[in-house]
Write a new protein. Structure first.
Length: 255
């Protein structure tokens, strides 16, 4: 009789944090944008395989577990006073887990195998303006929490015997994300532009290439603004770089 076992475990649990301020803090970004950007990428891959061949009986037991559970945070601390041109508080993370188990066993009289794979993604992604904070900016305010996750589990088993043979393969996927974008109790947010508080999980992202057709409804060199036609992710007051694409420049704009 022969028996063998193999176990593979992989985990990625990084903590990424961007924050500013605290009780009594006064922060000024004169004419510019204050950016708090936290980005995480957690990837865990576990692969376990085994082969057991016995003269009489062969038994194999294989297990693989992968866990991606990072924590990504961006926040303005409670009771902070912040002023400036604009404010971005953005936490963005991707968490990916893949587990694969392969079991093979055999014997003349009997053989058996057990193959188990588990993939887990349970990240926390949070963007926040803390309680009793005071934000007063000339441009836009963004508080965005964005999460993308994927978990894959594969379990396979093979048993060969001239007598009794049996096996069990079990694959499990677990996903328990926490994604929050919040403005805390008692906080004050004043903006001459837009205010966006957004939490997204596994949503498709629109990508805008920045092109536009110049006309008086789109471009105003007098008021110094461009009304872009696509979903661009910019806030009112953000500065952009103009490229004429090899053509003639729009009057009043510099390539």
């Amino acid at each position: 009789m022969a028996a063998s076992g193999a176990t593979a475990d992989a985990s990625s649990t990084a903590t990424v944090r961007a924050h500013i301020g605290g009780a009594g803090s006064v922060i000024t970004a004169s004419g510019g944008k204050a950016e708090l950007l936290a980005g995480g990428n957690n990837r865990a891959d576990a692969t376990a395989d085994g082969l057991c061949i016995g003269g009489i009986v062969g038994l194999g037991f294989i297990s693989a577990t992968a866990t991606a559970s990072g924590r990504t945070e961006a926040y303005v601390d409670s009771s902070t006073e912040l002023s400036g041109g604009a404010l971005d508080v953005i936490a963005s993370a991707g968490d990916y887990a893949a587990a694969t188990s392969e079991a093979a066993a055999g014997g003349i009289l009997g053989g058996g195998n057990a193959s188990d794979a588990a993939a887990n993604t349970n990240p926390t992604v949070e963007a926040e303006i803390g309680s009793h904070a005071m934000v007063d900016v000339g441009g836009g305010v963004k508080v965005h929490a964005v999460s993308a996750t994927e978990a894959d589990a594969h379990a396979n088993g093979t048993t060969l015997s001239f007598g009794v043979s049996g096996g069990a393969s079990d694959a499990n996927v677990n996903e328990t994300s926490i994604v929050r974008a919040t403005v805390g109790d008692g906080a004050s947010v004043t903006s001459d532009g837009s205010i966006e508080v957004k939490a997204q999980h596994n949503e498709e992202v629109d990508v805008y290439d920045g092109s536009f057709t110049p006309n008086p409804q789109i471009v105003s060199t007098i008021q110094d603004w461009i009304q872009l036609p696509g979903v661009h992710g910019l806030s009112t007051g953000d500065r952009v770089t103009y490229l004429n694409g090899g053509g003639d420049s729009i009057g009043g704009l510099v390539n």
